[in-house]
Design a protein around this ligand. Sequence first.
Ligand code: ASP
Ligand code: MG
Length: 410
Amino acid sequence: MPVLVMKFGGTSVATLDRIQRVAKRVGVEVAKGYDVIVIVSAMSGKTNELVGWVKETSPMFDAREYDAVVSSGEAVTAGLMALTLQQMDVPARSWQGWQVPLKTDSAHSAARIDEIPTDNINEKFGEGMRVAVVAGFQGVSPEGRITTLGRGGSDTTAVAFAAAFDAERCDIYTDVDGVYTTDPRISPKAKKIDKIAYEEMLELASLGAKVLQTRSVELAMRYKVKLRVLSSFEENTDTSGTLVCDEEEIMESNVVSGVAYSRDEAKMTLVSVADRPGIAAAIFGPLSEAGVNVDMIIQNIAEDGRTDMTFSCPIDDVARARVALDGAKDAGDINFHELVADEDVAKVSVVGIGMRSHAGVAAKMFGALHDHGVNIKVIATSEIKISVLIERKYMELAVQALHDAFELEK
Ligand code: ASP
Ligand code: MG
């Protein structure tokens, strides 16, 4: 029988009533003839509570025990979902990550999936089980310890199962009815997108659109898993929600599909570093070792053999970046005059596959920002996106202005 993966996020399983409601949806798909793999998150708020308990108990916690604790939220919802389905006479059972087993590496709290053997679950499908309810977010390391996949990781669990079981589709049920052209809380004109290409979704997710964990989109793209994002609070038809799919399946791609933002960015400038081979490596090597997530980089034109180097990173990484660079300076690897951090910036980006074949997107974007008096501090581009760093207080204004300029409400 064809396999369908249905993933329910924390708000969709937040209470017993809601579990009952989504179980009915699962029942509908079973009645259509699918064998269903249900992936569940923890009840909303649960994982935060568990993380809080761990930190309160042990500030410098053992990551293996962190995973043992925080994975428990999904264990509860998986069992409850299986029970609910059984009450509806749907043959179902629950699976913890280690029972499948969903094999990961040993990077506790941010583990990556190595393999999902399908035999155990397929054997049960063969015996008449119709729904395998799998606890999202968790797996097992080569050492036999419980691991978790990082916050939001149930999305990645869902896509990985869809790939492993060659599912017809992976439906991600959440509290919004799809992916929007921008955050509706910022621009009321934001519109739901019917179809979006993997590449665009990947950019939007990594640029701050929080509907899907970025890694889940990466996986979907690699294994060509058809992903659908839809609401568990609305009546859905076969075409509701947003389909994340291959570019070829989208008839007419938009030049710009969405505007993304990320509020908590910082811009750091090394004033006056030597302009010679090896200097960039001497700067970004220590930053990478310190785990600083560097995003944009600009090097200015050199004068008298010296130049300024600017990069952006999340605001949370500023302290670590400072320690790493001061250390490199003390070690004599780089010699800079001053390290200036601007912690008052936000990143706003426009994303669209159509940019590949359309000129003028940058000009239009910069024009719109200019019309609203927004100064651009740093610009970065890829084939399908343009990002700017601006002063944080203009972030909402910039998002709205760009949404208008590219007529995304149409
Ligand atoms: N419960 C986990 C979290 O809150 C995983 C997930 O829901 O995707 O991050
Ligand atoms: Mg989520």
